[in-house]
Design a protein around this ligand. Structure first.
Ligand SMILES: Cc1cc2nc3c(=O)[nH]c(=O)nc-3n(C[C@H](O)[C@H](O)[C@H](O)COP(=O)(O)O)c2cc1C
Length: 170
């Protein structure tokens, strides 16, 4: 899949098949995420990866109000933010967001579905990730990505909106 095609056809997937996600697939996603740009090349991130059924089910309850998507997911990756690795203060959320989008596009490219589950700034979700995935206090859970082969097909959407474009000057 070409890059533009991946960007224009990716959708958030919240229903997954029972097909397992392989370690090779997970490594592709992690490598794509870690190849993201970051301010000063600081790479202020860590990734918690799980395929453990009990933990995935626990994430459903602790992070997303029992949301069935975690019970269907075959794996999940939690992107964590490590402020101690920041090269320029305050840039780590932008760096982690770049990693997150790389991860989502890579998943789509290899036929997996995922959805960005917001964690940072939502105290019960942060606490849930710490409890289920053992994230230490000095590390901030940033965003969680349930993963699996899509069990739903969502159409590509073209959201180009000329009213959001300001030519030469606002
Ligand atoms: C920063 C961010 C936070 C999001 N948080 C959630 C979330 O907590 N739960 C969820 O189901 N979807 C979440 N999403 C997914 C959005 O709902 C989704 O991207 C949006 O509706 C557009 O749909 P699409 O991804 O299929 O293009 C989040 C997306 C972003 C970028």
């Amino acid at each position: 899949m070409q890059t533009i095609e991946a960007m224009m056809t990716r959708r958030s997937i919240r229903n997954f098949c029972a097909t397992p996600v392989s370690d090779t697939q997970l490594e592709i996603l992690l490598a794509a995420a870690m190849n993201a740009p970051s301010a000063g090349d600081g790479r202020p991130w860590h990734f918690v990866v799980t395929k453990d059924r009990a933990r995935l089910d626990a994430l459903a309850d602790t992070v997303d109000g029992g949301n069935a998507m975690f019970r269907q997911a075959q794996a999940a990756i939690l992107i964590c933010l490590d402020e101690s690795l920041e090269k320029f203060k305050g840039f780590a959320p932008q760096d982690c967001a770049c990693a997150a989008q790389n991860l989502q596009l890579a998943a789509h490219d290899i036929g997996l579905g995922t959805v960005w589950i917001a964690v940072i700034g939502i105290p019960p979700r942060v606490a849930g990730c710490r409890a289920v995935l053992g994230v230490p206090e000095n590390i901030v859970p940033f965003a969680l990505f349930p993963l699996g082969v899509p069990a739903q097909t969502l159409p590509a959407e073209r959201r180009f909106d000329p009213s959001k474009v300001h030519l030469d000057r606002w």
